[in-house]
Design a protein around this ligand. Structure first.
Ligand SMILES: [Zn+2]
Length: 250
């Protein structure tokens, strides 16, 4: 029985001090598969090394919507060069964030489209970040027949169904652990099991305030989801691992 973390930033500067210890805790907790999200060259350097060393780790590269301040053609050109050089398994995380950066909507949409086009060209799946932007995300996704994952999903079941219709997987994080959070539970109950993924978004989105999240913490999320689905954690592990592998099948 192994656990899969469908979204974590293992190259993050937040792990600089004790990355080896964090990775040890991760492997001791049997979190053997992970999508290593790299949104900076710093993270990419470390992410590349980790994914080369660990057969269960997949490399994802993307320009995050929060990192865009203006239209920047040179930046995308450079990103394309890095993709050719590092040969990632996935493009991401990419998408739209109108919550933190409502003033850069246009740039965000443009870079989202460009990166989806690149994913299609390279035949790679995409990891999608969407915050307060579900309608625009869906409209853009409808233009591109991509494979991939909606990361850290916290929307309605109706919207989830529309993403599922696009063939996407839906990934849930620690929001299922928050007290009084009925909505994720209601959505999780209705998601087809063969489209369900689980993630930490480590070092971010810890269920404990001001705490650094780690991949080893994913066990609690698995247990919560297994409880919601009224199934054994072991069975959930098997299903999620299957889904994780299928994301990367061509
Ligand atoms: Zn993330």
């Amino acid at each position: 029985m192994i656990y899969c973390d469908a979204h974590c930033h293992l190259g993050s500067r937040y792990f600089e001090e004790d990355r080896e210890a964090m990775l040890k805790r991760m492997s001791e907790s049997k979190v053997a598969k992970a999508i290593v999200i790299c949104c900076s060259e710093h993270d990419l350097m470390i992410g590349k090394k980790l994914t080369d060393e660990n057969p269960g780790f997949k490399l994802a590269m993307g320009i995050h919507p929060q990192d865009l301040e203006e239209h920047d053609f040179a930046r995308f050109k450079h990103f394309k060069k890095l993709v050719a050089e590092y040969k990632p398994d996935m493009i991401g995380e990419v998408g739209l964030d109108y919550y933190s950066h409502p003033h850069t909507k246009t740039y965000q949409q443009e870079f989202f489209r460009k990166q989806l086009e690149l994913a299609l060209e390279k035949d790679l799946p995409v990891d999608i970040h969407s915050r307060k932007a579900a309608n625009d995300t869906l409209q853009i996704l409808k233009e591109y027949p991509i494979r991939g994952i909606i990361h850290s999903y916290s929307g309605s079941i109706e919207m989830a169904r529309l993403y599922l219709k696009q063939g996407l997987y839906i990934s849930f994080g620690a929001s299922v652990l928050f007290k009084g959070s009925h909505k994720p539970a209601e959505v999780i109950k209705q998601i087809p099991l063969d489209r369900l993924l689980i993630e930490t978004d480590a070092p971010y989105q810890s269920p404990i305030r001001d705490h650094r999240h780690e991949p080893c913490d994913i066990l609690a999320i698995y247990e919560a989801i297994a409880k919601i689905r009224e199934m054994e954690t072991q069975e959930l592990c098997r299903i999620v691992e299957n889904n994780f592998d299928r994301v990367f099948e061509r």
